[in-house]
Write a protein that binds this ligand. Structure first.
Ligand SMILES: Nc1ncnc2c1ncn2[C@@H]1O[C@H](COP(=O)(O)OP(=O)(O)OP(=O)(O)O)[C@@H](O)[C@H]1O
Length: 318
């Protein structure tokens, strides 16, 4: 189990992590979401023991994680950390990089393991290519295979698919997370891609300015976001008020609505909006409209001409 108690850390006198408390069980997958600069990468680094905390304590399965002040070789043996810059050796081959953390005591076994991992990330065809000749996405796939090689107990992944094209990303993500679950490897993924959280994480932790502001089941966080900041991490979101939908509201309340929760309805639509723009998104259009001088986004199966007046209803009541 990972246990983080009041972790405070800063690269300078000011703190980047301002009192992080987190516990999570072995075998689980956790997604770390938050705006750029909120401290996701820093949190992964202190969990791995790359820095000394100013205050607080981190432990993995009851063993305290020690930073460089107490540990000559930084990093915890039971963990592997995939940095955003991959950290590959440029003048050695893909196969050598993937096998870097594997023992040479049984070379046939090592080779079989390297091949298995290269297949997992679809890099088998590049086994003898030096990594300096690979594209960014290919390097990222090699780096992923390398951190998996020695089967860590806890895998810390910083934006693991950021350089990988859409064509490969979906399959790779499915294969990787299924592989980790099958092997019982715990995983924390710092990500900007809500699919990592919604589709694959058991729990999601939301960070803002060095603090954890929400944590829990990913679907529940999505469906009941406590703030616009949290909802925005999952995509475009509209901030409306109960009084926008009905008159004589005694105590007004904010309603956070994703574009797919609003629909055009000539009979039940109460929000009168003027269409400003339409954006094709593959399975339909995202429409930008003006509502009382505010921008409002809703999904629609077709393009709507700018200037058109339409009426919107909440889908669940339409
Ligand atoms: N090596 C460093 N030295 C000094 N400050 C740093 C260093 N690394 C990060 N920071 C600062 O710490 C803060 C948190 O950075 P961090 O990289 O942890 O954020 P993040 O949430 O991972 O961002 P992103 O999503 O853009 O990767 C930022 O203000 C950043 O400028």
């Amino acid at each position: 189990m990972l246990k983080i108690e009041n972790a405070i850390f800063g690269y300078t006198d000011s703190s980047v992590l301002k009192g992080i408390n987190l516990e999570f069980e072995r075998g689980k997958h956790l997604a770390l979401l938050g705006e750029s600069g909120c401290g996701k990468s820093t949190l992964l680094k202190v969990i791995y023991g790359l820095y000394d905390l100013k205050e607080g304590e981190i432990s993995w399965n009851g063993k305290r994680v020690l930073g460089p002040a107490y540990n000559l070789v930084p990093g915890v043996d039971e963990m592997k950390y995939l940095a955003q810059d991959f950290d590959l050796e440029p003048n050695t081959t893909v196969a050598e990089n993937v096998g870097k953390f594997l023992s040479n005591s049984n070379l046939a076994k090592k080779q079989a393991r390297v091949e298995e991992l290269m297949d997992l990330v679809e890099m088998g065809a590049f086994a003898s290519v030096k990594t300096k000749f690979l594209s960014g996405g290919q390097q990222q796939r090699v780096a992923l295979a390398r951190v998996l090689a020695a089967e860590p107990e806890l895998l810390l992944l910083d934006e693991p698919f950021s350089h990988i094209d859409n064509f490969r990303r979906s399959a790779l993500r499915r294969n990787l997370f299924a592989y980790l679950k099958a092997k019982g490897i715990s995983c924390i993924v710092a990500t900007h891609d809500c699919v990592d959280a919604l589709g694959f994480a058991d729990e999601t932790v939301v960070m803002q300015e060095g603090r954890i502001i929400a944590a829990g089941n990913s679907k529940e966080l999505y469906e009941n976001p406590e703030s616009k900041y949290i909802a925005s991490l999952f995509g475009e979101v509209n901030q409306l008020w109960v009084s926008d939908f009905m008159e004589n509201v005694e105590e007004d309340e904010i309603l956070l609505m994703y574009p797919h929760q609003l629909m055009v309805s000539a009979t039940k639509g109460v929000l009168e909006v003027e269409v400003k723009d339409s954006y094709f998104k593959g399975d339909g259009y995202m429409i930008k409209a003006a509502f009382r001088k505010r921008a409002l986004f809703f999904d629609h199966p077709f393009d709507i001409e700018a200037g058109t007046i339409v009426h919107l209803a909440l889908k669940k009541f339409a």
